[in-house]
Design a protein around this ligand. Structure first.
Ligand SMILES: Cc1ncc(COP(=O)(O)O)c(C=O)c1O
Length: 374
């Protein structure tokens, strides 16, 4: 019998939003709207799609192992040195490389409760000790996180804006936090949703920082609409990036992903439409949720976290929405058992979702009141 290590036995695998075809099969539904994975409702960047078609004929070749063209394009776009950048199959992949490259033995990896589940999974699968500080009013509590740094702390993971809360910390808060972090502790700043937040003057743009112990992560899965291709990049000091290259699988991101990412970075018009639609969709949602009396966390990203009275209510809400063809994300596994995350959609998807929620929420209030009274 093969013995499975304890930390793998105990591991809760990453659970993604329910796929559309799975729900269609389960419930026999024809109309389904998925607002569960913070994807771009406009689809992929058209420029990326065009390039992918052209690159199909090159699939018999191994791609460039260091993603030379893509890395140079990123460096040029952000005015950095190519040696400060490494790309991977999504930022999730880079999170794994960061954990394996920089942690060992009894190191502690510090973060918040109620943040991106991908970080928790990547820490736990290697059996490292995860230290989680409670959220403060659904925000990262940077002061308390800095207070919890010990001689064993090796990495601190922050997401700004945070997933699943959508909240953001300001430049002042981040600067003050950084000043308290010792140089031998690595700060990982995950900026998956930066495109939606960067117009805010208080937003600390991670790429504007050059620090010996800071690595910034970006992804093309969200605003660039390329989640299915798997592309992300990390920016940091050359000496740390060099170590990540030793650990990275040589041919990731794959060839189509590398080519598509270069094209997507040039698609400013698509990005502009994406941000505009996000604002319009979320504004409509916020209005409706206010009207229904649903508690919501103010967001700086492309999704909203809804807060319900109990875990049981939240579970029922999610199930009832699924029954009506609306896929949302119950974020229990992120550490918020009474939270549902909904991302922005096309205006048609937004209307569909708001109609479903407008039926489900009042009915559940009624049901739960009845069960409370009896
Ligand atoms: C904060 C955060 N980081 C990273 C990721 C992973 O992105 P990718 O698709 O690039 O792996 C996500 C995806 O949901 C996220 O929310």
């Amino acid at each position: 019998m093969i013995k499975i290590p304890k930390h793998i036995q105990n591991l809760q695998p990453y659970k993604a939003g329910k796929p559309i075809d799975e729900l269609a099969r389960e419930k026999g539904l024809t109309k389904i709207v998925k607002l569960a994975s913070n994807e771009n409702p406009l689809g992929p960047s058209p420029k990326a799609v065009e390039v992918i078609k052209k690159s199909l004929d090159e699939l018999h070749r191994y791609t460039n192992p260091s993603a030379y063209k893509l890395v140079n394009a990123i460096a040029k776009k952000y005015n950095k040195k190519p040696s400060q950048i490494v790309t991977g199959s999504g930022s999730d992949s880079l999170l794994q490389y960061i954990v394996t490259t920089f942690s060992e033995g009894d190191n502690e990896l510090l973060t918040s409760q109620g943040t991106f589940i991908g970080w928790y999974v990547n820490v736990n699968k290697y059996g490292f000790k995860s230290v989680k500080v409670p959220l403060k009013n659904y925000h990262f509590d940077l002061v308390e996180i800095s207070n919890r740094i010990s001689s064993k702390t090796k990495i601190i993971y922050l997401a700004n804006p945070n997933n699943p809360t959508g909240t953001m910390f300001t430049k002042d808060e981040f600067d003050s936090f950084l000043s308290k972090v010792p140089e031998n502790v690595l700060v990982v700043l995950d900026e998956a949703y930066t495109v939606y937040a960067e117009d805010n003057r208080d937003y600390p743009n991670g790429l504007e920082y050059e620090k010996e112990n800071l690595i910034v992560l970006r992804t093309l899965s969200k605003a660039y609409g390329l989640a299915g291709l798997r592309i992300g990049f990390a920016f940091g000091p050359e000496n740390l990036i060099k170590e990540l290259y030793k650990v990275k699988l040589p041919f990731e991101p794959n060839h189509l992903a590398q080519e598509a990412a270069i094209a997507a970075f040039e698609d400013d018009e698509f990005l502009k439409r994406t941000v505009e639609l996000n604002r319009k969709s979320l504004t409509k949602m916020i209005e409706k949720f206010n009207e229904l009396g649903i508690e919501q966390v103010p967001t700086a990203a492309n999704f909203i976290l809804l807060i319900f009275p109990s875990e049981e209510f939240t579970f029922d809400f999610n199930e009832e929405c699924l029954n009506k063809g609306l896929i949302l994300r119950h974020v229990k596994t992120f550490g918020i058992p009474n939270g549902i995350r909904i991302n922005s959609g096309t205006m048609e998807e937004t209307d569909f979702a708001l109609n479903v929620i407008g039926e489900v929420y009042p009915a559940l209030l009624e049901k739960h009141k009845i069960s409370l009274n009896t």
